[in-house]
Design a protein around this ligand. Structure first.
Ligand code: FE
Length: 341
Protein backbone atom coordinates (compact mmCIF):
# COMPACT_ATOMS: atom_id res chain seq x y z
CA UNK A 1 0.00 0.00 0.00
CA UNK A 2 1.20 3.53 -0.69
CA UNK A 3 1.84 5.93 2.14
CA UNK A 4 -1.19 7.87 0.98
CA UNK A 5 -3.24 4.64 1.13
CA UNK A 6 -2.06 3.92 4.65
CA UNK A 7 -3.01 7.40 5.80
CA UNK A 8 -6.43 7.17 4.16
CA UNK A 9 -7.04 3.80 5.72
CA UNK A 10 -6.13 5.14 9.16
CA UNK A 11 -8.48 8.08 8.55
CA UNK A 12 -11.27 5.78 7.48
CA UNK A 13 -10.97 3.57 10.53
CA UNK A 14 -11.25 6.67 12.76
CA UNK A 15 -14.31 7.82 10.82
CA UNK A 16 -16.05 4.45 10.96
CA UNK A 17 -15.71 4.24 14.71
CA UNK A 18 -17.72 7.46 15.01
CA UNK A 19 -20.52 6.75 12.58
CA UNK A 20 -21.76 3.89 10.42
CA UNK A 21 -20.24 4.00 6.92
CA UNK A 22 -22.39 5.79 4.38
CA UNK A 23 -21.18 6.55 0.88
CA UNK A 24 -21.59 10.21 0.05
CA UNK A 25 -22.20 11.22 -3.56
CA UNK A 26 -18.66 12.47 -4.14
CA UNK A 27 -17.09 9.39 -2.54
CA UNK A 28 -17.83 7.29 -5.58
CA UNK A 29 -15.84 5.99 -8.53
CA UNK A 30 -17.58 4.76 -11.66
CA UNK A 31 -15.37 2.14 -13.23
CA UNK A 32 -15.96 0.81 -16.73
CA UNK A 33 -14.01 -2.39 -16.95
CA UNK A 34 -13.39 -5.13 -19.47
CA UNK A 35 -11.83 -7.19 -16.66
CA UNK A 36 -13.80 -9.89 -14.87
CA UNK A 37 -11.53 -12.02 -12.76
CA UNK A 38 -12.23 -13.45 -9.33
CA UNK A 39 -9.22 -11.86 -7.63
CA UNK A 40 -10.55 -8.46 -8.70
CA UNK A 41 -13.10 -8.54 -5.87
CA UNK A 42 -10.27 -8.14 -3.37
CA UNK A 43 -8.62 -5.58 -5.64
CA UNK A 44 -11.70 -3.34 -5.47
CA UNK A 45 -12.71 -3.93 -1.87
CA UNK A 46 -9.20 -3.08 -0.61
CA UNK A 47 -9.48 0.28 -2.38
CA UNK A 48 -12.92 0.94 -0.91
CA UNK A 49 -11.70 0.09 2.59
CA UNK A 50 -8.57 2.22 2.25
CA UNK A 51 -10.19 5.33 0.79
CA UNK A 52 -13.89 5.23 1.66
CA UNK A 53 -14.60 5.61 -2.05
CA UNK A 54 -17.25 3.23 -3.33
CA UNK A 55 -16.59 1.62 -6.70
CA UNK A 56 -19.56 1.23 -9.04
CA UNK A 57 -18.45 -1.28 -11.61
CA UNK A 58 -19.84 -1.60 -15.12
CA UNK A 59 -18.34 -4.65 -16.79
CA UNK A 60 -18.58 -5.29 -20.49
CA UNK A 61 -16.85 -6.30 -23.69
CA UNK A 62 -13.92 -4.03 -24.59
CA UNK A 63 -15.16 -2.51 -27.81
CA UNK A 64 -18.73 -2.13 -26.53
CA UNK A 65 -17.50 -0.22 -23.49
CA UNK A 66 -15.49 2.10 -25.71
CA UNK A 67 -18.59 2.68 -27.83
CA UNK A 68 -20.67 3.30 -24.72
CA UNK A 69 -18.26 5.90 -23.35
CA UNK A 70 -18.17 7.58 -26.72
CA UNK A 71 -21.94 7.72 -27.11
CA UNK A 72 -22.45 8.94 -23.53
CA UNK A 73 -20.15 11.85 -24.40
CA UNK A 74 -20.05 14.77 -21.98
CA UNK A 75 -22.75 13.11 -19.83
CA UNK A 76 -20.77 9.91 -19.29
CA UNK A 77 -20.66 8.88 -15.63
CA UNK A 78 -17.50 6.85 -16.31
CA UNK A 79 -14.42 7.92 -14.34
CA UNK A 80 -11.91 5.21 -15.25
CA UNK A 81 -11.74 2.76 -18.15
CA UNK A 82 -9.77 -0.48 -17.85
CA UNK A 83 -9.16 -2.75 -20.81
CA UNK A 84 -6.53 -4.93 -22.49
CA UNK A 85 -4.10 -4.39 -25.32
CA UNK A 86 -2.11 -1.32 -26.31
CA UNK A 87 -3.91 -1.22 -29.68
CA UNK A 88 -7.28 -0.96 -27.96
CA UNK A 89 -6.08 1.59 -25.41
CA UNK A 90 -4.70 3.60 -28.28
CA UNK A 91 -8.03 3.36 -30.09
CA UNK A 92 -9.81 4.79 -27.04
CA UNK A 93 -7.17 7.52 -26.89
CA UNK A 94 -7.61 8.31 -30.58
CA UNK A 95 -11.30 8.85 -29.87
CA UNK A 96 -10.14 11.41 -27.30
CA UNK A 97 -11.77 9.56 -24.41
CA UNK A 98 -8.91 9.87 -21.91
CA UNK A 99 -7.83 12.85 -19.82
CA UNK A 100 -4.11 13.59 -19.47
CA UNK A 101 -2.90 12.51 -16.02
CA UNK A 102 0.07 13.96 -14.21
CA UNK A 103 1.04 11.86 -11.22
CA UNK A 104 4.42 11.55 -9.53
CA UNK A 105 3.31 8.20 -8.08
CA UNK A 106 2.49 6.71 -11.49
CA UNK A 107 5.62 8.17 -13.06
CA UNK A 108 7.82 6.79 -10.36
CA UNK A 109 6.26 3.31 -10.19
CA UNK A 110 5.40 2.48 -13.79
CA UNK A 111 8.41 2.15 -16.15
CA UNK A 112 8.49 4.91 -18.77
CA UNK A 113 7.98 2.54 -21.72
CA UNK A 114 4.77 1.25 -20.10
CA UNK A 115 2.86 4.49 -19.87
CA UNK A 116 1.74 7.36 -22.07
CA UNK A 117 0.56 10.81 -20.98
CA UNK A 118 -3.08 9.61 -21.16
CA UNK A 119 -3.08 5.94 -20.19
CA UNK A 120 -1.07 3.49 -18.13
CA UNK A 121 -0.21 -0.19 -18.24
CA UNK A 122 -0.88 -2.17 -15.07
CA UNK A 123 0.06 -5.70 -16.13
CA UNK A 124 2.17 -7.37 -18.79
CA UNK A 125 1.51 -10.34 -21.06
CA UNK A 126 4.03 -11.76 -23.53
CA UNK A 127 3.33 -12.98 -27.06
CA UNK A 128 4.96 -16.41 -27.13
CA UNK A 129 5.75 -18.83 -29.90
CA UNK A 130 4.15 -22.14 -28.91
CA UNK A 131 4.82 -25.39 -30.75
CA UNK A 132 3.97 -29.07 -30.68
CA UNK A 133 7.06 -30.89 -29.41
CA UNK A 134 6.53 -33.76 -31.88
CA UNK A 135 5.99 -31.53 -34.94
CA UNK A 136 8.44 -28.65 -34.78
CA UNK A 137 11.94 -27.89 -33.59
CA UNK A 138 12.83 -25.11 -31.21
CA UNK A 139 15.85 -24.06 -33.28
CA UNK A 140 13.54 -23.20 -36.19
CA UNK A 141 11.48 -20.88 -33.99
CA UNK A 142 13.90 -18.51 -32.30
CA UNK A 143 12.34 -15.27 -33.52
CA UNK A 144 9.04 -13.88 -34.81
CA UNK A 145 10.92 -13.31 -38.07
CA UNK A 146 11.59 -17.10 -38.26
CA UNK A 147 7.83 -17.67 -38.64
CA UNK A 148 8.06 -16.40 -42.23
CA UNK A 149 10.67 -18.99 -43.17
CA UNK A 150 9.38 -21.30 -45.97
CA UNK A 151 10.57 -24.29 -43.96
CA UNK A 152 7.43 -23.78 -41.82
CA UNK A 153 5.10 -24.03 -44.83
CA UNK A 154 1.65 -25.37 -43.84
CA UNK A 155 2.60 -25.48 -40.15
CA UNK A 156 1.21 -22.29 -38.61
CA UNK A 157 -2.19 -21.62 -37.03
CA UNK A 158 -3.15 -18.15 -35.88
CA UNK A 159 -5.95 -15.84 -34.89
CA UNK A 160 -6.99 -13.15 -37.36
CA UNK A 161 -4.68 -10.32 -38.37
CA UNK A 162 -7.42 -7.88 -37.37
CA UNK A 163 -7.11 -8.99 -33.77
CA UNK A 164 -5.43 -6.34 -31.55
CA UNK A 165 -2.88 -8.90 -30.28
CA UNK A 166 -1.53 -9.47 -33.77
CA UNK A 167 -1.78 -5.80 -34.76
CA UNK A 168 0.36 -4.84 -31.77
CA UNK A 169 2.92 -7.49 -32.73
CA UNK A 170 2.98 -6.12 -36.31
CA UNK A 171 3.42 -2.63 -34.89
CA UNK A 172 6.47 -3.82 -32.90
CA UNK A 173 7.94 -5.52 -35.98
CA UNK A 174 7.48 -2.28 -37.91
CA UNK A 175 9.41 -0.36 -35.26
CA UNK A 176 12.30 -2.84 -35.17
CA UNK A 177 12.55 -4.14 -38.73
CA UNK A 178 11.08 -1.30 -40.81
CA UNK A 179 8.25 -1.27 -43.32
CA UNK A 180 9.75 -3.27 -46.20
CA UNK A 181 10.97 -6.11 -43.99
CA UNK A 182 7.67 -6.23 -42.10
CA UNK A 183 5.69 -6.40 -45.34
CA UNK A 184 7.91 -9.26 -46.55
CA UNK A 185 7.54 -10.94 -43.17
CA UNK A 186 3.74 -10.83 -43.25
CA UNK A 187 3.69 -12.34 -46.74
CA UNK A 188 5.96 -15.18 -45.65
CA UNK A 189 3.98 -15.71 -42.45
CA UNK A 190 0.65 -15.92 -44.33
CA UNK A 191 2.20 -18.32 -46.85
CA UNK A 192 2.99 -20.68 -43.96
CA UNK A 193 -0.58 -20.96 -42.63
CA UNK A 194 -2.02 -24.44 -42.20
CA UNK A 195 -5.51 -22.93 -42.56
CA UNK A 196 -7.28 -19.58 -42.70
CA UNK A 197 -7.12 -17.69 -39.37
CA UNK A 198 -10.04 -18.41 -37.04
CA UNK A 199 -10.88 -18.52 -33.33
CA UNK A 200 -8.94 -17.21 -30.34
CA UNK A 201 -5.48 -17.98 -28.97
CA UNK A 202 -6.79 -20.92 -26.92
CA UNK A 203 -8.28 -22.47 -30.08
CA UNK A 204 -4.85 -22.26 -31.72
CA UNK A 205 -3.18 -23.93 -28.71
CA UNK A 206 -5.74 -26.75 -28.95
CA UNK A 207 -5.10 -27.12 -32.69
CA UNK A 208 -1.35 -27.26 -32.12
CA UNK A 209 -1.88 -29.79 -29.32
CA UNK A 210 -4.07 -31.89 -31.63
CA UNK A 211 -1.46 -31.78 -34.39
CA UNK A 212 -3.65 -29.87 -36.88
CA UNK A 213 -0.76 -27.45 -37.07
CA UNK A 214 2.65 -27.32 -35.46
CA UNK A 215 3.19 -23.73 -34.38
CA UNK A 216 1.25 -20.69 -33.19
CA UNK A 217 1.77 -17.41 -31.42
CA UNK A 218 -0.21 -16.95 -28.23
CA UNK A 219 -0.51 -14.59 -25.32
CA UNK A 220 1.26 -16.07 -22.32
CA UNK A 221 -1.79 -16.19 -20.04
CA UNK A 222 -3.68 -18.58 -22.34
CA UNK A 223 -0.80 -21.03 -22.09
CA UNK A 224 -0.60 -20.45 -18.31
CA UNK A 225 -4.35 -21.09 -18.06
CA UNK A 226 -3.95 -24.48 -19.74
CA UNK A 227 -1.08 -25.34 -17.39
CA UNK A 228 -3.20 -24.44 -14.32
CA UNK A 229 -6.48 -25.86 -15.61
CA UNK A 230 -8.53 -28.14 -13.36
CA UNK A 231 -9.42 -30.12 -16.49
CA UNK A 232 -6.85 -32.92 -17.03
CA UNK A 233 -7.42 -32.72 -20.81
CA UNK A 234 -6.19 -29.12 -20.83
CA UNK A 235 -3.11 -30.04 -18.82
CA UNK A 236 -2.42 -32.87 -21.25
CA UNK A 237 -2.55 -30.40 -24.15
CA UNK A 238 -0.16 -28.11 -22.25
CA UNK A 239 2.22 -31.05 -21.78
CA UNK A 240 2.34 -31.70 -25.52
CA UNK A 241 3.37 -28.07 -26.12
CA UNK A 242 6.57 -26.15 -25.59
CA UNK A 243 7.22 -22.43 -25.65
CA UNK A 244 9.86 -20.17 -27.09
CA UNK A 245 10.60 -16.69 -25.76
CA UNK A 246 11.08 -15.08 -29.16
CA UNK A 247 13.90 -12.71 -30.07
CA UNK A 248 15.98 -13.22 -26.92
CA UNK A 249 19.21 -12.52 -28.80
CA UNK A 250 17.75 -9.53 -30.65
CA UNK A 251 15.12 -7.03 -29.48
CA UNK A 252 13.34 -9.16 -26.89
CA UNK A 253 9.94 -10.79 -26.66
CA UNK A 254 6.99 -8.62 -27.68
CA UNK A 255 4.89 -7.70 -24.68
CA UNK A 256 1.47 -6.24 -24.47
CA UNK A 257 -0.44 -4.92 -21.52
CA UNK A 258 -3.69 -4.42 -19.78
CA UNK A 259 -4.20 -0.93 -18.54
CA UNK A 260 -6.42 2.08 -18.39
CA UNK A 261 -6.82 5.72 -17.71
CA UNK A 262 -8.96 8.52 -16.39
CA UNK A 263 -11.73 9.61 -18.74
CA UNK A 264 -11.95 13.12 -20.09
CA UNK A 265 -15.49 13.63 -18.83
CA UNK A 266 -14.93 11.87 -15.49
CA UNK A 267 -17.24 13.39 -12.86
CA UNK A 268 -14.94 12.19 -10.03
CA UNK A 269 -11.44 13.07 -11.21
CA UNK A 270 -9.88 13.07 -7.75
CA UNK A 271 -11.21 9.59 -7.01
CA UNK A 272 -10.08 8.45 -10.47
CA UNK A 273 -6.53 9.60 -9.81
CA UNK A 274 -6.51 7.88 -6.40
CA UNK A 275 -7.70 4.67 -8.04
CA UNK A 276 -5.05 4.74 -10.78
CA UNK A 277 -2.35 5.35 -8.17
CA UNK A 278 -3.76 2.54 -6.06
CA UNK A 279 -3.51 0.16 -9.03
CA UNK A 280 0.24 0.84 -9.06
CA UNK A 281 0.65 -0.11 -5.38
CA UNK A 282 2.46 -3.38 -4.66
CA UNK A 283 -0.60 -5.15 -3.22
CA UNK A 284 -2.95 -4.06 -6.03
CA UNK A 285 -0.34 -5.04 -8.60
CA UNK A 286 -0.29 -8.57 -7.21
CA UNK A 287 -4.08 -8.91 -7.49
CA UNK A 288 -4.20 -7.23 -10.85
CA UNK A 289 -1.53 -9.43 -12.41
CA UNK A 290 -2.43 -12.75 -10.75
CA UNK A 291 -6.06 -12.33 -11.78
CA UNK A 292 -5.12 -13.23 -15.34
CA UNK A 293 -1.73 -14.94 -14.99
CA UNK A 294 0.11 -11.76 -15.97
CA UNK A 295 3.25 -10.01 -14.71
CA UNK A 296 3.04 -6.83 -12.62
CA UNK A 297 4.42 -3.67 -14.26
CA UNK A 298 5.83 -2.47 -10.94
CA UNK A 299 9.11 -4.26 -10.40
CA UNK A 300 8.87 -4.41 -6.61
CA UNK A 301 5.45 -6.11 -6.70
CA UNK A 302 5.47 -9.83 -5.99
CA UNK A 303 3.45 -12.38 -7.91
CA UNK A 304 2.30 -15.68 -6.48
CA UNK A 305 1.14 -17.34 -9.66
CA UNK A 306 2.84 -20.78 -9.93
CA UNK A 307 2.33 -20.89 -13.72
CA UNK A 308 4.20 -17.59 -14.13
CA UNK A 309 6.96 -18.75 -11.84
CA UNK A 310 7.18 -21.89 -13.98
CA UNK A 311 7.57 -19.83 -17.15
CA UNK A 312 10.70 -18.20 -15.75
CA UNK A 313 12.51 -15.04 -16.75
CA UNK A 314 12.80 -13.52 -20.20
CA UNK A 315 14.10 -10.47 -21.99
CA UNK A 316 11.25 -8.11 -22.80
CA UNK A 317 11.05 -5.78 -25.75
CA UNK A 318 11.45 -2.32 -24.24
CA UNK A 319 9.81 -0.45 -27.07
CA UNK A 320 7.56 2.29 -25.66
CA UNK A 321 3.87 1.38 -25.80
CA UNK A 322 3.29 4.76 -27.41
CA UNK A 323 5.38 3.63 -30.40
CA UNK A 324 3.43 0.39 -30.72
CA UNK A 325 0.17 2.31 -30.49
CA UNK A 326 1.31 4.77 -33.15
CA UNK A 327 2.26 1.95 -35.58
CA UNK A 328 -0.95 -0.05 -35.28
CA UNK A 329 -2.77 1.60 -38.20
CA UNK A 330 0.18 1.03 -40.51
CA UNK A 331 0.39 -2.59 -39.36
CA UNK A 332 -3.28 -3.03 -40.24
CA UNK A 333 -2.66 -1.69 -43.76
CA UNK A 334 0.27 -4.05 -44.30
CA UNK A 335 -1.75 -7.01 -43.00
CA UNK A 336 -4.63 -6.09 -45.33
CA UNK A 337 -2.31 -5.89 -48.34
CA UNK A 338 -0.84 -9.31 -47.48
CA UNK A 339 -4.30 -10.86 -46.99
CA UNK A 340 -3.70 -11.45 -43.28
CA UNK A 341 -7.28 -10.91 -42.09
FE1 FE B 1 -6.98 -12.27 -24.29
Amino acid sequence: MTIRGRLSRAGLVALCSISAPAWSADQVLNLYSARHYQTDEALYSDFEKATGIKINRIEGVDDQLIERIRSEGANSPADVFLTVDAARLQYADMLDLFAPVKSAVLEQRIPANLRTPNWFAFSIRARLIVYNKMLAKKEDLQTYEDLANPRLKGKICTISGNYPYNLSLGAALLAHDGEAATEAWVKGFVANFARAPKGGDTDQLMSVGAGECAVTVSNSYYYARLMRSSNPKDRKVAESLAIVWPNQSTWGTHINVSGGGMLKNAPHKEAALKFLEYLASDSAQTYFADGNNEWPVVRTAKFKDPALKGLGEFKQDELPLGTIAKNVIQAQKIYDRAGFM
